[in-house]
Design a binder for this molecule. Structure first.
Ligand SMILES: [Cu+2]
Length: 124
């Protein structure tokens, strides 16, 4: 009989503890969503700035199908020109977008300022 009373007493204590836990402790952490997939890194656009008369970064390596976005950060106009693409004149804040669907090395330059270092896009 002593054992039974001990069990009943323990149950009573458990009920008291349970009753003391406020509503704030009932919130459960949001479980991870197993169905969600991360966006593919290779499909994201790559940014190149034209800043201080320099293509930054000067050389980028991207996967086939990657879109590259050039932005002119200078007050001077620039172009992004290669044998396969040509932005035309980009004024400050303007962008040029090109998607590379063929592997290879694409060297480009600014036709307004031929002396600035050429940029390279290496497509793998
Ligand atoms: Cu330029």
């Amino acid at each position: 009989m002593r054992k039974t009373w001990l069990i009943i007493g323990l149950l009573g204590v458990m009920v008291l503890i349970g009753g003391c836990t406020g509503p704030g402790t009932t919130a459960q952490p949001t479980p991870a969503q197993p169905g969600q997939t991360q966006p593919s890194v290779t499909s994201a656009a790559v940014q190149v700035d034209i800043k201080d008369f320099t293509f930054v970064p000067g050389t980028i390596t991207v996967s086939k199908g990657t879109t590259v976005i050039w932005t002119n950060r200078d007050s001077a106009p620039h172009t992004v020109t290669s044998d396969t693409f040509d932005s035309g004149t980009l004024n400050q804040g303007q962008t040029f977008t090109y998607t590379f669907n063929q592997a290879g090395t694409f060297e480009y330059r600014c036709t307004i300022h031929p002396s600035i270092p050429h940029g390279n896009v290496i497509v793998t």
